[in-house]
Design a protein around this ligand. Structure first.
Ligand code: ATP
Length: 306
């Protein structure tokens, strides 16, 4: 038992750290309604997405002028490619996704989408073309169908059903007596974290944005659910420019490029194999997560034999 208790403490602290670090993107939306952080220039044109190429050029940013959070970030996501951002809590990962959504303007450098500077185009058009799958979705107090259709309000029933299927949530919905007409949210059926996330994925499938930001699931999900969600995410991001804010390294091993962020700076970059061979921060994080999941597995086995 002594042997088990150390890894368990370890998981506990990792888990707390991850929980604290959760980006509630819906909260970002709420924020958006109350305070306008960015102002469009007069007559700012709409963002036109043709290929879906993202380019960060020496981007600097701080929420407060005295404290710089991103200290010269440059990277590219070519059309249809996927790039993952990893790094310790507080490194600035979610900040990058907020800037890509133009919740804030950069203090120096540029963010270009298909050659257009985000600071020069209408913010609403940016948000219409960038899709986000948050890992913690807030549902409306309405039916499941309504919650999915929110992605594209003119979608037909058939399209809603198909999106649910692709998001791997339709089997679950069909077990409910009222099916798609089941009320969810605070006053209705409470969905689990994984179910909510699949509703968010179905929404995004309907929205079909050319650029996708995934704020991926955390260890709060069991392995089976995680696999289901991962395959739904793989599907929605296929052939789509995708930026993943990763909490679990196991889900991003196939990313075209992994960017390791530490204290607002890129300290390592490359694909999974390259980064492991490098034997730096990424390799260390990988080893730590391995240990944690092995301990988790040991715990599960111990419970089963009880
Ligand atoms: P985690 O893995 O914990 O989610 P992260 O790498 O995503 O971390 P960010 O959320 O980008 O980190 O935060 C980077 C830094 O910016 C943190 O030190 C945080 O305190 C600060 N920060 C984040 N949001 C705000 C805000 N709205 N106002 C002021 N500071 C903020």
């Amino acid at each position: 038992l002594m042997q088990l208790s150390i890894p368990l403490n370890f998981i506990g602290s990792i888990y707390r750290e991850i929980r604290q670090g959760l980006t509630d993107i819906e909260q970002m939306f709420a924020l958006l309604d109350v305070e306008q952080e960015v102002k469009d220039k007069d007559g700012a044109p709409d963002l036109v997405v043709t290929d879906g190429a993202i380019r960060f050029e020496d981007v600097r940013f701080g929420y407060d002028p005295e404290r710089e959070i991103l200290k010269g970030i440059s990277f590219e996501v070519p059309p249809g490619h996927s790039v993952a951002i990893v790094g310790p809590s507080g490194a600035g990962k979610s900040t990058i996704s907020r800037l890509l959504f133009r919740f804030y303007d950069v203090t120096a450098g540029r963010i270009l989408v298909d050659g257009q500077n985000l600071a020069d185009v209408a913010q609403e058009s940016v948000r219409a073309r960038v899709g986000i799958v948050p890992q913690d979705t807030v549902l409306f107090n309405d039916t499941i169908a309504y919650n999915i259709r929110y992605g594209r309000t003119d979608a037909s029933d058939e399209e809603v059903r198909r999106a649910a299927e692709l998001a791997q949530i339709s089997d679950f919905i069909e077990t409910l007596p009222l099916g798609f007409d089941t009320m969810v949210g605070e006053r209705g059926l409470k969905l689990s974290g994984g179910e909510k996330q699949r509703v968010a994925i179905a929404r995004t499938i309907l929205k079909a944005p050319p650029i996708l930001v995934l704020d991926e699931a955390t260890s709060a999900l069991d392995t089976h659910t995680e696999q289901e969600i991962q395959s739904a995410l793989d599907l929605v991001s296929r052939n789509r420019t995708t930026l993943t804010i990763a909490h679990r390294l196991s889900t991003i091993v196939n990313a075209n490029e992994i960017i390791v962020l530490k204290a607002g700076e890129i300290v390592e970059r490359g694909d999974h194999r390259t980064l492991l061979e490098l034997g730096g921060l990424y390799a260390e994080m990988w080893a730590m997560q391995r240990e944690a999941s092995e301990a988790e597995e040991a715990l599960r086995r111990a419970r089963e034999t009880d």
